[in-house]
Write a protein that binds this ligand. Sequence first.
Ligand code: ATP
Ligand code: LTN
Length: 334
Amino acid sequence: MDKRKKVIFSGIKPSGDLTLGNYIGAIKNWVKLQDDYECLYCVVDLHAITVRQEPKELRQRTLEVLAIYIASGIDPQKSTLFIQSHVPAHSEGGWLLNCYTYMGELSRMTQYKDKAQRYGDSISAGLFNYPVLMAADILIYNTDLVPVGKDQKQHVELARDIANRFNNLYSPTFTIPEPYIATTGQKIMDLQDPSKKMSKSDENPNGYILIMDPPEVIRKKINRAVTDSVGEVHYSDEQPGVKNLMNILISLSGTTAEEIEKKYAGKGYAEFKKDVADAIIAELEPIQKRVKEILADKDYLESVYKAGAEKAQYMALKTLRKMQKKIGFIPPAK
Ligand code: ATP
Ligand code: LTN
C-alpha cells in the first residue's frame, strides 16, 4: 500500500560553527531517517539573526552548514535541503502564529530565559518570538515528527499547543507534531563545564569540539576535558565529565556503557580519552574532506538549495493559504 510517508522537519541555525553536539544530537540522526520519512532539513538563517551576525560570516556559515548536511550523508535526492529565508512562508506564517501565542507562554521558554540572562537588556524581540517562528517552520509543512536534541523539546511542545489552539478555533488545519528524540547522544555537554550543554555560541572554545576542528585540536580539547579525581571510568551522575565523554563514545562507536567500563577498569583516564579522541577524528575527518569539496563547487550547492526551496515553497504555500483563508483574509485577486 502506498501510504503517505510521515513528514520530518528540522533545522540548525548558522549562528556559529557547528559543534559535535549539533552533529550527534541532530545531523547524525537525521541521516538515518531519510529512507523512511519525507524529510525537510533547513538552514534556519532567520533564526540566526535573533543575535547579531556579521553579514559576511552569516553567508559563509549558511553555505557551510548546508555542505555539512550533505557531507554527513543527507542526500539531496532523498531529502529536501533548503535555506529558510528562501521560503518566505516561514516569516509570514510566523507572523500569523504570533497572534495565536501568549506572552506568558513565551516567557516560560528555558532557552529564552537563559539567553535573556546572558544578554540582559540588549536582547532582541526576535529572541523572545523565536519559538513562534520555529512553530511556523514545523506547522507549515504539516510535520509529523521533529528530530531535535532534548533542549528543543519545550519548543516543539509549544508548536503543538499553538497548532491545537488554531485547529480548535477554526477547523483542523495543522498536523500536531511530535518531538523525536534519539536515545543516544540526547545532550552532549560542555567539555569544560559538564553541567551545561555544548554550544556553538560559547565563549570558551575548549568547551566544544567543532565539526571542522582539525585532528590535533580535537585531541587537545579532549585531553583538557574536565573529569574528576575518582580516576575510574564509570557511567554515573557523580562523574558528569566522564559520563559525557562516554556518551560521545557510545553515540559514535555503538558500544555500551558497560563495555566501556569493563575495558578501562583500573586504567585511569589517559587511554580512555585517547580512544574518545580517536573515535571523534575517525568520524569527522572524512566529513571535513567532503565539506571542503562541496564548498568548492558553488554551482552544485546552488542547484541543491534552489531545488530544495522550490519544493519547500510549494508545500508551505498550501498551508499558508489555508491559514489566511480561515483567519478571514481576502484572497489576492487573480
Ligand atoms: P546555540 O548554542 O547558538 O543556541 P545550538 O548549538 O544549540 O545553538 P542550534 O542550531 O540551536 O544549535 O541546534 C541545532 C540542533 O542541534 C538542535 O536539534 C539541537 O537540539 C541540537 N543540539 C545543539 N547542541 C546540542 C548538544 N550539545 N547536544 C545534543 N544536541 C544538540
Ligand atoms: N530552535 C532550534 C532550531 C530550529 C528548529 C526549527 C529545529 C529552528 N526551527 C524547526 C527543529 C524544527 C534550535 O535552537 N536548535
